[in-house]
Design a protein around this ligand. Structure first.
Ligand SMILES: [Zn+2]
Length: 295
């Protein structure tokens, strides 16, 4: 099994892509993540899931949180920003972490000042955390030279929730608003991706209302950052199994089917948001469905 705390680097054409690890989440009972989880149907795929995707007794799924650093000749990009340090969160898994995330970013060859774009697949607590860090009691943008690119629709929805006092999640104020206040936010619609060459934002709603996935191509090869279209590799085999965190399980399933087809058709290297091990791999067609192979 790959060490989940090490930086892993992949090459896609001229793009150098590194996983910047944050945490391993091993507290979820399978059905607490995927309500339709069926141990018998999982059994058949254990070879491609083990050893890193389930604990030995099969009672806990293992997930990762991390960011993807993408370096091209022109850009240094971070895709999603994990949970973050020092954040006050209702879930103990996310509460007041103290991880050496920025040291790991440095180990991968980038400083926080090098990042020129931060792409957020969606606005959830485990994807926006390192947007900001606590400096002298204030939340300030971690990546001071970056434009933070995210959905205007999700921003507005969270803004309304936050103003009404109904947002119990807390991350809007400490992780999203500070980058807006600093003038570093670039609110976009999917399809509007001309700001970086060879990069496309693909609408993949369902997990959240305006979730998108990201593809980048270089020298005929494709890197695909799926976001939370899937949380665990078993969903490649069982695409109808949506997570408890999905706003619309039906739309999430449709987006998952689209993403599987896109990844297979383009022979893309898929960079997942939460798969364990090295979190990257390929989707292949298998009968009428798909299979997963870690890279
Ligand atoms: Zn997530």
């Amino acid at each position: 099994m790959n060490d989940p705390t090490t930086v892993q680097t992949f090459q896609v054409g001229d793009l150098t892509i590194s996983r910047i690890p944050e945490t391993v989440l091993s507290g979820f009972a399978p059905q607490a993540l995927l309500p339709r989880w069926d141990a018998e149907q999982v059994q058949e795929h254990l070879n491609s899931l083990m050893p890193g995707s389930l604990d030995e007794a099969g009672r806990r799924v293992i997930l990762s949180t991390h960011a993807w650093l993408v370096r091209s000749a022109r850009h240094t990009i971070l895709v999603d920003t994990g949970i973050g340090n020092d954040k006050l969160r209702p879930s103990p898994m996310f509460h007041q972490l103290r991880t050496p995330f920025l040291a790991r970013l440095q180990e991968a060859g980038a400083s926080s000042d090098d990042i020129d774009f931060v792409l957020l697949t969606h606005l959830h607590t485990d994807h926006v955390g390192w947007n900001t860090q606590l400096v002298e009691g204030r939340w300030v943008p971690t990546f001071r030279n970056a434009q933070y690119v995210f959905s205007g629709i999700e921003y507005e929805a969270l803004n309304v929730l936050s103003q009404s006092g109904a947002d119990p999640r807390g991350f809007f104020e400490d992780s999203v608003e500070p980058v807006v206040a600093a003038g570093q936010a670039r609110l976009v619609d999917p399809g509007q991706s001309a700001f970086i060459d060879n990069l496309v934002l693909h609408p993949t709603p369902g997990h959240s209302i305006d979730h998108w996935s990201v593809s980048m191509s270089s020298r005929g090869e494709t890197a695909f950052f799926a976001g939370d279209v899937m949380h665990h590799p078993i969903q490649v085999y069982q695409p109808a199994w949506s997570s408890v965190f999905c706003a619309s399980p039906e739309d999430a399933q449709k987006s998952r089917m689209w993403a599987l087809q896109f990844a297979a058709d383009n022979d893309a290297l898929l960079f997942s948001s939460h798969f364990p091990e090295n979190s990257a791999g390929r989707i292949r067609r298998r009968g009428s469905g798909y299979s997963w192979q870690f890279a």
